[in-house]
Design a protein around this ligand. Structure first.
Ligand code: TNX
Length: 444
């Protein structure tokens, strides 16, 4: 069987048919699911909803073979006779892209949207601001991008690119760019969840508007936890209400990220005030697990559990919905082996097998808690990934393993790596993804 993510059931007809196109009908069933029947009459997709049809079409591409993933060239002419019954295990199958530490041009973000779709992932969390760069065009406060989107590039964890430090680095997305990304994703049933990080990781905003900060300073050129956080003046709260209003105008997502991570000594008022503002606007605030320490959060707040799963379990106990993204398992910026040749040797070793072995549901959940666990997301932080090539290298093939964990039943497939090598890597080759080879690092 050559599918990835693995379906609920696959019945191999043991022969191939001529490929003559497909038709879709809607039938009831679990959200995002479908049944695909391929025989001499053609391909019939029974989709449970529009997202289910999209998922079925991605499976159809897989059945047609790697050639179906090329932008042009001969069209596949045969398809296996089979019956597939399929639906996702989790509703939130996400990837966070940090486009702040290193800016990713719009065309690359669009390419990632397509890659998410290929892997049946359905949430793109865009980390739009941080200490090192502000990437969201804000019409009311133009200095956020005029000043906050440029810096001298920072030191890398990668010894081979150490000499690149000091060059100018920057960029931002216009609101039109972001609307285009949202629409491109929507057409693939992918939700773009934007994040503006407060009250820490805000040095780029403070560089543009020093009155926002506890201290001044320029766009940061180092990495890590920055103690120069936002102040809690009423004028700062007003400023961010206005920024989030523009953000919510551009992004129709129900869920709006406000960050909340790594803000030493911060009292939590700003997080609560903005969370309440997001709720008053009819949306749901989404923050990293430190927001649990910000005092009572409005109902509907969603917590991203990154410092392990404990924060997520605590949030579930408090009645919040949770997305798991523990750094020990799904930080795709972390290095992929112990090899001294690994080009991006940061974090703790997180192999392809480690990602695949992870189960997002902690064993000790009770009552309604499992139902509030929306799913998980893999986080791609880009301090040390300064180009799309490097993002590809860090993301793949681990993101394929993550996609399988998000979609398929909890039981692990002992044949996973072999199946990936034989059937999935040729698709990534056809798509031009510069993944890390299974047998070791590229000689970068
Ligand atoms: C922690 S995870 C951070 C990020 C860094 C990342 C590096 C989180 C919410 N905060 O600011 O980029 O570690 O892996």
């Amino acid at each position: 069987m050559n599918l990835l993510p693995r379906p609920v059931s696959y019945v191999d007809g043991g022969r191939t048919c001529e490929y003559k196109g497909w038709e879709t009908v809607l039938v009831d069933g679990p959200a995002g699911g479908y049944r695909l029947l391929s025989n001499d009459d053609g391909v019939l997709i029974e989709a449970h909803d529009a997202a289910g049809e999209m998922n079925a079409l991605q499976t159809l591409r897989q059945l047609l073979g790697p050639q179906a993933f090329r932008a042009a060239g001969e069209k596949p002419t045969v398809i296996p006779a089979c019956e597939i019954v399929d639906h996702p295990r989790f509703p939130w199958r996400g990837v966070m892209l940090d486009v702040s530490r290193h800016f990713l041009p719009k065309r690359e973000v669009l390419r990632y949207v397509e890659l998410l779709s290929v892997h049946k992932l359905n949430v793109l969390h865009l980390h739009l601001t941080d200490d090192q760069g502000w990437r969201f065009e804000c019409k009311r406060y133009p200095k956020l991008t005029e000043v906050g989107s440029w810096r001298e590039d920072s030191r890398f964890g990668d010894r081979r690119s150490a000499g690149m430090a000091g060059r100018p680095h920057g960029g931002f997305y216009t609101q039109d760019d972001l609307r285009e990304i949202v629409e491109y994703a929507r057409a693939r049933h992918i939700v773009v969840v934007p994040e503006i990080d407060i009250p820490g990781h805000s040095q780029a905003a403070i560089a543009a508007y020093p009155e926002l900060g506890v201290h001044g300073g320029g766009v940061w050129t180092d990495w890590g936890v920055n103690e120069r956080v936002l102040n809690t003046e009423e004028s700062t709260v007003d400023f961010y209400r206005n920024v989030f209003d523009e953000l919510m105008d551009v992004f129709p997502a129900e869920v709006i990220g406000l960050g909340g991570d790594e803000a030493p000594g911060h009292e939590g008022e700003l997080v609560r005030a903005i969370a309440e503002h997001i709720v008053r606007s009819g949306r749901r605030p989404y923050g990293w697990d430190e927001i649990l320490e910000s005092g009572p959060l409005p109902p509907g707040t969603i917590v991203a559990s990154w410092r392990g799963v404990e924060g997520g379990v605590a949030a579930l106990r408090e009645g919040h919905d949770v997305v798991m993204c523990p750094e020990q398992h799904v930080y795709l910026d972390y290095r992929q082996s112990e090899s001294p040749d690994e080009p991006i040797p940061v974090g703790t070793v997180t192999t392809l097998e480690d990602v695949y072995a992870w189960d997002p549901v902690p064993a000790d959940l009770t009552g309604e808690e499992p139902g509030r666990l929306l799913g998980a997301q893999a986080n791609i932080w880009t301090e040390h990934l300064d180009s799309a090539r490097r993002v590809d290298y860090a993301a793949f093939p681990r993101l394929a393993a993550f996609a399988e964990v998000m979609w398929s039943p909890a039981e692990k497939d002992p044949d996973f790596v072999h199946r990936l090598a034989e059937h999935h890597l040729p698709r990534l080759d056809a798509l031009g993804v510069e993944y890390r080879p299974l047998d070791g690092p590229l000689p970068w």
